[in-house]
Design a protein around this ligand. Structure first.
Ligand code: SAM
Length: 210
């Protein structure tokens, strides 16, 4: 195994779990993940950090996919601690292994930054949602400030290979809308305590038209 493969297999999962577990990010998760209801699908569920925020009284079934074997272990552990049945599989968002129109809610947090093809992933999320179903998203991405965006583009080529393919400069809400979802009043903020180039967050509920 080469250095890059060792880094990706052993270091990146630990860094992701650590970086994504900050109390400030947990606060944002707590505002969006508990809205999930019915049959729920989570893309990039590795790490399992959202498990604690699902409301078991609202969720009738849970399924999730992630390509990282190490992060899937964390997710399965978190689901076991929660004490519920969770169908957690290895897979990629560009080819979601579930039938069309089968979920009420899809959850996507801090994952569109890392996928190979965000447009394909969003079209897959739209496919698996029932008409009227909801995509709950929470992502970091392209700052609306030109100066910050410039720094995001400068830093990205160094950041991306170190951080498991994470992009700093991807727009968040615009591609969700472009994929055919209806997004009403998305929210955004710069997170405190982070450099601005890593701190721009957008989140919201996107509806698949019925
Ligand atoms: C920054 S981590 C976020 C993990 C988790 N979603 C969270 O909110 O803590 C990015 C996640 O995206 C996953 N990922 C990368 N490429 C993916 C793809 N093509 N399809 C689905 N998940 C992917 C990674 O394995 C990793 O679990």
């Amino acid at each position: 195994m080469g250095l890059k493969s060792l880094w990706d297999a052993h270091v990146v999962p630990r860094m992701i779990k650590c970086a994504c577990a900050s109390p400030a990010i947990a606060e944002l998760r707590a505002g969006i993940v508990p809205l999930a209801q019915g049959q729920v699908f989570e893309i990039g569920c590795g790490g399992g950090l959202n498990q604690q925020f699902y409301d078991p009284a609202r969720v009738t079934a849970f399924a999730g996919i992630d390509p990282s074997a190490r992060l899937l272990d964390y997710a399965r552990d978190a689901a076991a601690r929660k004490g519920w049945q969770a169908d957690i599989r290895e897979g990629i968002g560009e080819d979601i292994p579930f039938a069309a129109n089968s979920f009420d809610t899809a959850v996507c947090t801090y994952t569109l930054c890392s996928v190979a093809d965000p447009a394909k992933v969003l079209s897959e999320l739209r496919r698996i949602l029932k008409p009227g179903g909801t995509l709950l998203f929470l992502e970091h991405g392209l700052s609306p400030e030109a100066g910050v965006a410039r720094w995001q583009r400068r830093i990205e080529p160094v950041w991306k290979p170190l951080m498991g393919g994470c992009h700093l400069s991807r727009p968040v809400t615009a591609p969700v809308v472009a994929a055919g979802f209806e997004v009403d009043a998305p929210s955004h903020t710069y997170m405190d305590g982070m450099p601005k180039w890593a701190a721009w967050m957008e989140w919201g509920a996107a509806i698949k038209p019925g």
